[in-house]
Design a protein around this ligand. Sequence first.
Ligand SMILES: *Cc1c(COP(=O)(O)O)cnc(C)c1O
Length: 388
Amino acid sequence: MTAACLMTTYQPLALSFTRGLGTRLWDQQGREYLDAVAGVAVTNVGHSHPRLVTAISEQAGLLLHTSNLYGIDWQQRLAQRLSQLCGLDQAFFNNSGAEANETALKLARLHGWKKGIEQPLVVVMENAFHGRTLGTLAASDGPSVRLGFQRLPGDFIKVGFGDLAALDAVTREFGPRIVAILLEPIQGESGVQLAPPGYLKALRAHSSQHGWLLMLDEIQTGIGRTGTWFAFQQEGIVPDVMTLAKGLGNGIPIGACLARASVGKLFTPGSHGSTFGGNPLACRVGCTVLDIIEEQSLLENAARQGERLLARLRVELSEHPQVLAIRGRGLMIGIELATPQRDLAERAAREQGLLLNVTRGKVIRLLPPLTLDSKEVEMIVRGIVRLL
Ligand SMILES: *Cc1c(COP(=O)(O)O)cnc(C)c1O
């Protein structure tokens, strides 16, 4: 299906859509699908939300871009809103998740530099995914994304996700060089992997004790996906730095790096920047997405429907010989299969009119819009039961 004039970085299904509304998409033949992918955790408030349509068209008619050489009112408003929601003081806006993580990694470098650390190291996790730039690839794990791109920046040390003994070991070996820990609160691309209870709290304490920055990549888990604004809010901690993207723009590209004031102030005029980052369109959309989530009580809905979906999947599939585990939080749910099923996403679309994602070859990942209702929960459950 990939045209010869496109670089083949993806293998898209023979399926393309012309229209979307809420949780539904329509293909070129006019067939309707239930979207449990949401463009990989992006369209959290659903497709073509009328308030977003208005905000985007109004802003397009007013002003799209002026650059950061001038004040941008919507950027300040979005920074203030996000800051109130997450408890971090300052924001820097990017165009993507990878760039937001690069921003965080640059803050970590400055944090080390200020302390006179000459060869700074950042602790990252096995099976992590942080993006496709050379820096964020180096922080990610696995040959599938890294093969052929050596040498990557080597300033990372990897520990097992959830493994506190491994963290103690690298602390003993490299402690004085370590400046930060970067991790996803729930690992998305590697198949919805949850950390053991108390892990984030332990990392928070460990980071504070050693003067490291605790940096959370909430690009997939944030903006209501797990039933709270940010996944860390269910762990009783606040990080020093957090990155966002995906759901913040509901399809309009935007990324953000938020930080405590003492960390954000490490940047000075000229030390970081972006041409497009934080433009009036993207930031107005970000503000509107937050408004919609509040007005439609989508955090509560994601928590409630997520619990329902998880419970129903467990009732229907726990005994299934193909199913090894069912896990998740809010509307971020993974079903781990015993054997890889390469054509599952394609069959789900064709046979059940259901869009789902299969990650790592054998984890069905469900990331529906946060507006999902009980009837649609049943449609997803029945669709998957029929498929397996
Ligand atoms: C998607 C994702 C990224 C990368 O975001 P891009 O916008 O594709 O650069 C980084 N981290 C996590 C956890 C993600 O899910």
